[in-house]
Design a protein around this ligand. Structure first.
Ligand SMILES: [Zn+2]
Length: 67
């Protein structure tokens, strides 16, 4: 097993969307962070994805009655 396995941009993108649906493993999260830290493309994509889902969350949240 290689602990320093670098993931591809494809894997990183998959992990970003995957962690929205279900929690990913600490290992996967660490790999994702590591990739984003070194890959400018995924860093931008990650931020855009993050803010997009934040906006979606606000929109969906505003639609529901607050309990
Ligand atoms: Zn990348």
């Amino acid at each position: 097993m290689n602990e320093n396995t670098e993931i591809s941009c494809e894997d990183a993108t998959m992990l970003v969307s995957e962690q929205r649906d279900s929690p990913i493993t600490e290992e996967a999260a660490a790999q994702l962070q590591q990739h984003v830290a070194h890959c400018p493309y995924c860093a931008v994509a990650y931020k855009q994805f993050d803010s997009l889902f934040a906006q979606l969350g606000e929109m969906l949240g505003a639609d529901k009655p607050v309990l």
